[in-house]
Design a protein around this ligand. Structure first.
Ligand code: HMG
Ligand code: MG
Length: 313
Protein backbone atom coordinates (compact mmCIF):
# COMPACT_ATOMS: atom_id res chain seq x y z
CA UNK A 1 0.00 0.00 0.00
CA UNK A 2 1.26 3.49 -0.85
CA UNK A 3 2.68 5.67 1.93
CA UNK A 4 3.52 9.37 2.16
CA UNK A 5 7.22 10.26 2.08
CA UNK A 6 8.02 11.36 5.62
CA UNK A 7 9.58 14.78 6.03
CA UNK A 8 9.95 15.50 9.71
CA UNK A 9 9.34 19.02 11.04
CA UNK A 10 11.25 19.20 14.35
CA UNK A 11 8.99 21.96 15.65
CA UNK A 12 6.02 19.54 15.77
CA UNK A 13 5.27 17.07 18.58
CA UNK A 14 7.03 13.72 17.82
CA UNK A 15 4.01 11.65 18.80
CA UNK A 16 0.27 12.27 19.18
CA UNK A 17 -2.74 10.34 20.49
CA UNK A 18 -5.68 9.73 18.20
CA UNK A 19 -8.93 9.50 20.14
CA UNK A 20 -11.19 7.43 17.88
CA UNK A 21 -14.87 8.43 17.96
CA UNK A 22 -16.23 6.37 15.04
CA UNK A 23 -18.35 3.91 17.03
CA UNK A 24 -20.00 6.79 18.93
CA UNK A 25 -19.96 10.03 16.90
CA UNK A 26 -19.80 8.06 13.66
CA UNK A 27 -22.71 5.75 14.28
CA UNK A 28 -25.00 8.10 16.26
CA UNK A 29 -25.90 9.91 13.07
CA UNK A 30 -26.61 6.93 10.82
CA UNK A 31 -30.14 6.70 9.39
CA UNK A 32 -30.37 3.01 10.14
CA UNK A 33 -29.42 1.38 13.42
CA UNK A 34 -26.24 -0.61 12.88
CA UNK A 35 -26.57 -4.19 14.20
CA UNK A 36 -24.91 -4.87 17.55
CA UNK A 37 -22.52 -7.53 16.19
CA UNK A 38 -21.29 -5.08 13.53
CA UNK A 39 -20.59 -2.44 16.18
CA UNK A 40 -18.70 -4.96 18.30
CA UNK A 41 -16.57 -6.06 15.34
CA UNK A 42 -15.97 -2.41 14.35
CA UNK A 43 -14.57 -1.63 17.81
CA UNK A 44 -12.40 -4.79 17.86
CA UNK A 45 -11.00 -3.94 14.42
CA UNK A 46 -10.19 -0.38 15.48
CA UNK A 47 -8.30 -1.66 18.50
CA UNK A 48 -6.47 -4.19 16.31
CA UNK A 49 -5.49 -1.35 13.95
CA UNK A 50 -3.68 0.34 16.85
CA UNK A 51 -6.11 3.09 17.87
CA UNK A 52 -5.04 3.80 21.48
CA UNK A 53 -8.49 4.89 22.69
CA UNK A 54 -11.89 4.08 21.19
CA UNK A 55 -15.05 5.90 22.33
CA UNK A 56 -17.56 3.07 22.32
CA UNK A 57 -21.11 4.42 22.76
CA UNK A 58 -23.36 6.75 24.78
CA UNK A 59 -25.44 6.22 27.89
CA UNK A 60 -27.89 8.91 26.80
CA UNK A 61 -31.66 8.69 26.61
CA UNK A 62 -32.43 5.90 24.08
CA UNK A 63 -35.28 7.95 22.61
CA UNK A 64 -32.91 10.85 21.94
CA UNK A 65 -30.31 8.68 20.17
CA UNK A 66 -31.95 5.39 19.16
CA UNK A 67 -28.85 4.47 17.13
CA UNK A 68 -27.01 3.88 20.44
CA UNK A 69 -29.90 2.44 22.46
CA UNK A 70 -27.97 -0.84 22.72
CA UNK A 71 -25.20 0.78 24.81
CA UNK A 72 -25.56 -1.59 27.78
CA UNK A 73 -25.51 -4.72 25.60
CA UNK A 74 -22.57 -3.37 23.61
CA UNK A 75 -20.46 -2.70 26.69
CA UNK A 76 -20.92 -6.32 27.77
CA UNK A 77 -19.51 -7.49 24.44
CA UNK A 78 -16.39 -5.31 24.12
CA UNK A 79 -13.12 -5.42 26.08
CA UNK A 80 -13.73 -2.14 27.91
CA UNK A 81 -11.63 -3.19 30.89
CA UNK A 82 -8.69 -4.13 28.69
CA UNK A 83 -5.61 -2.06 27.82
CA UNK A 84 -7.45 0.19 25.29
CA UNK A 85 -9.69 2.69 27.10
CA UNK A 86 -13.26 2.75 25.74
CA UNK A 87 -14.97 5.87 27.05
CA UNK A 88 -18.73 6.34 26.88
CA UNK A 89 -20.75 9.56 26.76
CA UNK A 90 -22.71 10.30 29.93
CA UNK A 91 -24.94 13.39 30.20
CA UNK A 92 -26.50 13.01 33.64
CA UNK A 93 -26.71 10.92 36.81
CA UNK A 94 -29.04 8.38 35.19
CA UNK A 95 -26.41 7.82 32.50
CA UNK A 96 -23.69 7.59 35.15
CA UNK A 97 -25.63 4.94 37.05
CA UNK A 98 -25.95 2.88 33.88
CA UNK A 99 -22.19 3.24 33.28
CA UNK A 100 -21.33 2.34 36.89
CA UNK A 101 -23.47 -0.81 36.67
CA UNK A 102 -21.30 -1.94 33.78
CA UNK A 103 -17.96 -1.17 35.43
CA UNK A 104 -17.10 1.50 32.86
CA UNK A 105 -13.81 3.26 33.69
CA UNK A 106 -13.84 6.24 31.32
CA UNK A 107 -16.71 8.63 30.68
CA UNK A 108 -17.18 11.87 28.78
CA UNK A 109 -19.61 14.65 29.60
CA UNK A 110 -20.59 16.94 26.73
CA UNK A 111 -21.48 20.59 27.23
CA UNK A 112 -22.41 23.37 24.86
CA UNK A 113 -20.78 26.77 24.37
CA UNK A 114 -24.15 28.18 23.25
CA UNK A 115 -27.57 28.50 24.81
CA UNK A 116 -29.50 27.13 21.81
CA UNK A 117 -27.47 23.95 21.44
CA UNK A 118 -27.62 23.32 25.21
CA UNK A 119 -31.41 23.40 24.89
CA UNK A 120 -31.54 21.27 21.76
CA UNK A 121 -28.95 18.66 22.69
CA UNK A 122 -29.42 18.41 26.46
CA UNK A 123 -32.87 19.89 27.11
CA UNK A 124 -31.16 22.27 29.54
CA UNK A 125 -30.18 25.93 29.54
CA UNK A 126 -26.49 26.85 29.33
CA UNK A 127 -26.36 27.31 33.10
CA UNK A 128 -28.48 24.26 33.88
CA UNK A 129 -26.00 22.04 32.04
CA UNK A 130 -23.40 22.66 34.77
CA UNK A 131 -25.94 21.72 37.44
CA UNK A 132 -26.58 18.48 35.53
CA UNK A 133 -22.89 17.67 35.06
CA UNK A 134 -21.59 18.60 38.53
CA UNK A 135 -22.82 15.50 40.41
CA UNK A 136 -21.88 13.29 37.44
CA UNK A 137 -18.25 14.36 37.58
CA UNK A 138 -18.09 14.34 41.38
CA UNK A 139 -19.53 10.83 41.67
CA UNK A 140 -17.53 9.51 38.72
CA UNK A 141 -14.27 10.77 40.19
CA UNK A 142 -15.17 9.31 43.59
CA UNK A 143 -15.71 5.96 41.84
CA UNK A 144 -12.24 6.23 40.27
CA UNK A 145 -13.43 6.97 36.75
CA UNK A 146 -11.58 9.16 34.30
CA UNK A 147 -13.72 12.04 32.99
CA UNK A 148 -13.29 13.86 29.70
CA UNK A 149 -15.35 16.98 28.94
CA UNK A 150 -16.43 18.08 25.49
CA UNK A 151 -17.48 21.58 24.62
CA UNK A 152 -19.53 21.87 21.43
CA UNK A 153 -20.14 24.76 19.03
CA UNK A 154 -16.68 26.22 19.70
CA UNK A 155 -16.34 27.75 16.23
CA UNK A 156 -19.92 28.67 15.32
CA UNK A 157 -23.49 27.63 15.93
CA UNK A 158 -26.14 27.00 13.26
CA UNK A 159 -28.78 28.99 15.17
CA UNK A 160 -26.69 31.69 16.87
CA UNK A 161 -23.99 32.26 14.23
CA UNK A 162 -20.58 33.38 15.47
CA UNK A 163 -19.57 32.32 18.95
CA UNK A 164 -17.15 34.61 20.82
CA UNK A 165 -13.84 33.05 21.82
CA UNK A 166 -14.33 34.41 25.37
CA UNK A 167 -17.67 32.60 25.66
CA UNK A 168 -16.11 29.29 24.56
CA UNK A 169 -13.24 29.71 27.00
CA UNK A 170 -15.63 30.55 29.83
CA UNK A 171 -17.82 27.47 29.23
CA UNK A 172 -14.82 25.21 28.57
CA UNK A 173 -13.05 26.34 31.73
CA UNK A 174 -16.19 25.76 33.82
CA UNK A 175 -16.65 22.26 32.38
CA UNK A 176 -12.99 21.39 32.89
CA UNK A 177 -13.01 22.77 36.45
CA UNK A 178 -15.79 20.37 37.41
CA UNK A 179 -12.96 17.80 37.55
CA UNK A 180 -12.24 16.65 34.00
CA UNK A 181 -8.82 15.39 32.95
CA UNK A 182 -9.15 16.67 29.39
CA UNK A 183 -11.25 19.19 27.48
CA UNK A 184 -12.10 18.42 23.85
CA UNK A 185 -12.95 21.47 21.74
CA UNK A 186 -15.67 20.56 19.25
CA UNK A 187 -16.30 22.18 15.89
CA UNK A 188 -19.68 20.48 15.78
CA UNK A 189 -20.74 21.88 12.41
CA UNK A 190 -17.31 22.11 10.80
CA UNK A 191 -17.25 25.88 10.20
CA UNK A 192 -13.88 26.59 11.84
CA UNK A 193 -10.79 27.72 9.97
CA UNK A 194 -7.11 27.43 10.97
CA UNK A 195 -6.57 30.98 12.25
CA UNK A 196 -9.63 30.60 14.46
CA UNK A 197 -8.19 27.34 15.84
CA UNK A 198 -4.88 29.04 16.65
CA UNK A 199 -6.67 31.92 18.38
CA UNK A 200 -8.96 29.67 20.42
CA UNK A 201 -6.12 27.45 21.59
CA UNK A 202 -4.05 30.49 22.60
CA UNK A 203 -7.04 31.85 24.54
CA UNK A 204 -7.37 28.56 26.42
CA UNK A 205 -3.65 28.56 27.19
CA UNK A 206 -3.97 32.14 28.49
CA UNK A 207 -6.87 30.99 30.68
CA UNK A 208 -4.56 28.45 32.33
CA UNK A 209 -5.39 25.31 30.32
CA UNK A 210 -2.16 23.86 28.90
CA UNK A 211 -2.04 21.93 25.61
CA UNK A 212 -1.65 18.61 27.50
CA UNK A 213 -5.18 19.09 28.84
CA UNK A 214 -6.72 20.01 25.48
CA UNK A 215 -7.95 17.93 22.55
CA UNK A 216 -9.48 19.04 19.27
CA UNK A 217 -12.58 17.55 17.65
CA UNK A 218 -13.18 18.63 14.07
CA UNK A 219 -16.04 17.90 11.72
CA UNK A 220 -15.37 18.22 8.00
CA UNK A 221 -18.54 19.94 6.73
CA UNK A 222 -16.61 22.66 4.89
CA UNK A 223 -13.50 20.59 4.12
CA UNK A 224 -11.46 22.36 6.83
CA UNK A 225 -10.96 19.55 9.33
CA UNK A 226 -7.46 18.51 8.26
CA UNK A 227 -6.21 22.10 7.95
CA UNK A 228 -7.61 22.79 11.38
CA UNK A 229 -5.87 19.71 12.77
CA UNK A 230 -2.59 20.95 11.28
CA UNK A 231 -3.07 24.34 12.93
CA UNK A 232 -3.68 22.59 16.25
CA UNK A 233 -0.58 20.42 15.75
CA UNK A 234 1.52 23.51 15.10
CA UNK A 235 0.14 24.99 18.31
CA UNK A 236 1.39 21.89 20.19
CA UNK A 237 -1.83 19.91 20.67
CA UNK A 238 -1.18 16.18 21.07
CA UNK A 239 -4.70 14.66 21.24
CA UNK A 240 -6.84 14.58 18.10
CA UNK A 241 -10.35 13.20 17.84
CA UNK A 242 -11.13 11.48 14.54
CA UNK A 243 -13.58 8.99 13.12
CA UNK A 244 -12.62 5.99 10.99
CA UNK A 245 -13.72 6.51 7.41
CA UNK A 246 -15.00 10.02 8.23
CA UNK A 247 -18.33 8.80 9.60
CA UNK A 248 -20.27 11.04 11.91
CA UNK A 249 -22.29 14.05 12.89
CA UNK A 250 -24.63 15.13 15.62
CA UNK A 251 -28.36 14.45 15.11
CA UNK A 252 -29.20 17.59 17.16
CA UNK A 253 -26.92 19.97 15.24
CA UNK A 254 -28.28 21.22 11.94
CA UNK A 255 -25.77 20.75 9.11
CA UNK A 256 -23.33 18.62 11.09
CA UNK A 257 -21.60 16.11 8.82
CA UNK A 258 -18.78 13.63 9.18
CA UNK A 259 -15.85 13.94 11.53
CA UNK A 260 -12.28 14.35 10.42
CA UNK A 261 -11.47 10.93 8.92
CA UNK A 262 -8.90 9.05 10.99
CA UNK A 263 -7.20 7.82 7.79
CA UNK A 264 -6.77 11.38 6.44
CA UNK A 265 -5.24 12.45 9.76
CA UNK A 266 -2.91 9.43 9.93
CA UNK A 267 -1.70 9.99 6.36
CA UNK A 268 -0.83 13.62 7.12
CA UNK A 269 0.87 12.72 10.41
CA UNK A 270 2.92 9.95 8.77
CA UNK A 271 4.06 12.46 6.16
CA UNK A 272 5.09 14.87 8.91
CA UNK A 273 6.96 12.08 10.73
CA UNK A 274 4.62 12.27 13.73
CA UNK A 275 4.01 8.87 15.33
CA UNK A 276 0.48 7.61 16.05
CA UNK A 277 0.92 3.85 16.47
CA UNK A 278 -1.90 3.31 13.97
CA UNK A 279 -1.58 0.71 11.20
CA UNK A 280 -3.00 2.61 8.22
CA UNK A 281 -3.63 -0.38 5.88
CA UNK A 282 -5.50 -2.19 8.65
CA UNK A 283 -7.54 0.91 9.41
CA UNK A 284 -8.42 1.41 5.75
CA UNK A 285 -9.51 -2.22 5.53
CA UNK A 286 -11.75 -1.61 8.55
CA UNK A 287 -13.39 1.42 6.95
CA UNK A 288 -13.88 -0.41 3.65
CA UNK A 289 -15.55 -3.24 5.59
CA UNK A 290 -17.69 -0.74 7.55
CA UNK A 291 -18.72 1.07 4.37
CA UNK A 292 -19.95 -2.26 3.00
CA UNK A 293 -22.01 -2.76 6.17
CA UNK A 294 -23.52 0.72 5.78
CA UNK A 295 -24.07 0.30 2.06
CA UNK A 296 -22.26 3.45 0.92
CA UNK A 297 -18.65 4.48 0.33
CA UNK A 298 -16.56 6.19 3.00
CA UNK A 299 -16.22 9.96 2.48
CA UNK A 300 -12.50 9.76 3.39
CA UNK A 301 -10.20 10.66 0.49
CA UNK A 302 -7.42 8.47 1.89
CA UNK A 303 -9.75 5.48 2.18
CA UNK A 304 -10.83 6.05 -1.43
CA UNK A 305 -7.25 6.36 -2.68
CA UNK A 306 -5.75 3.47 -0.72
CA UNK A 307 -8.61 1.09 -1.40
CA UNK A 308 -8.23 1.69 -5.14
CA UNK A 309 -11.66 3.28 -5.46
CA UNK A 310 -10.33 6.48 -7.05
CA UNK A 311 -8.32 4.73 -9.73
CA UNK A 312 -11.20 2.38 -10.44
CA UNK A 313 -9.15 -0.67 -9.44
P1 HMG B 1 -34.64 14.82 29.43
O1 HMG B 1 -35.80 14.36 28.63
O2 HMG B 1 -34.60 16.26 29.86
O3 HMG B 1 -34.40 13.86 30.67
O4 HMG B 1 -33.33 14.51 28.56
P2 HMG B 1 -35.02 13.92 32.14
O5 HMG B 1 -33.87 14.12 33.08
O6 HMG B 1 -36.15 14.91 32.18
O7 HMG B 1 -35.60 12.44 32.30
C1 HMG B 1 -36.73 12.00 31.54
C2 HMG B 1 -36.75 10.49 31.49
O8 HMG B 1 -35.61 10.02 30.76
C3 HMG B 1 -36.68 9.79 32.84
O9 HMG B 1 -37.46 8.60 32.74
C4 HMG B 1 -35.26 9.40 32.98
O10 HMG B 1 -35.02 8.27 33.81
C5 HMG B 1 -34.89 9.07 31.55
P3 HMG B 1 -38.93 8.49 33.38
O11 HMG B 1 -38.72 8.79 34.85
O12 HMG B 1 -39.72 9.56 32.69
O13 HMG B 1 -39.32 7.09 33.04
N1 HMG B 1 -33.45 9.32 31.31
C6 HMG B 1 -32.58 8.42 30.86
N2 HMG B 1 -32.71 7.14 30.45
C7 HMG B 1 -31.55 6.52 30.06
N3 HMG B 1 -30.36 7.10 30.05
C8 HMG B 1 -30.19 8.37 30.42
C9 HMG B 1 -31.34 9.07 30.83
N4 HMG B 1 -31.52 10.35 31.27
C10 HMG B 1 -32.80 10.48 31.56
N5 HMG B 1 -28.98 8.94 30.42
C11 HMG B 1 -30.98 14.10 28.32
C12 HMG B 1 -32.05 14.94 28.99
C13 HMG B 1 -29.63 14.75 28.61
C14 HMG B 1 -31.01 12.71 28.91
C15 HMG B 1 -31.27 14.05 26.80
O14 HMG B 1 -31.32 15.36 26.32
C16 HMG B 1 -30.22 13.29 26.03
O15 HMG B 1 -30.13 12.06 26.14
N6 HMG B 1 -29.41 13.98 25.21
C17 HMG B 1 -28.31 13.36 24.48
C18 HMG B 1 -28.16 13.93 23.10
C19 HMG B 1 -26.95 13.33 22.42
O16 HMG B 1 -26.52 12.24 22.73
N7 HMG B 1 -26.38 14.07 21.45
C20 HMG B 1 -25.22 13.62 20.71
C21 HMG B 1 -23.95 13.63 21.48
S1 HMG B 1 -23.21 15.24 21.59
C22 HMG B 1 -22.23 15.37 20.16
O17 HMG B 1 -22.36 14.59 19.26
C23 HMG B 1 -21.17 16.45 20.09
C24 HMG B 1 -19.75 15.92 20.26
O18 HMG B 1 -19.43 14.95 19.27
C25 HMG B 1 -18.73 17.06 20.19
C26 HMG B 1 -18.92 17.98 18.97
O19 HMG B 1 -18.96 17.47 17.83
O20 HMG B 1 -19.00 19.18 19.22
C27 HMG B 1 -19.57 15.25 21.64
MG1 MG C 1 -18.81 15.42 17.22
Amino acid sequence: MREPQPVRDPSLPPRVTIYEVGPRDGLQNEQAVVPLDVKVEFIARLVAAGLPIVEATSFVHPKWVPQLADAAELIDLVDHEGPTPMPVLVPNERGLERALEKGVKHIAIFGSATETFAQRNLNRSLDEQFTMFEPVVRRARAAGMDVRAYVSMCFGDPWEGNVAVEQVVDVGRRLFDLGASQLSLGDTIGVGTPGHVTALLAAFNDAGLPNERLAVHFHDTYGQALSNAYAALQAGITTFDASAGGLGGCPYAESATGNLATEDLVWMLQGLGVETGVDLPQLVATSVWMAAQLGRPSPSRVVAALSGRESGR
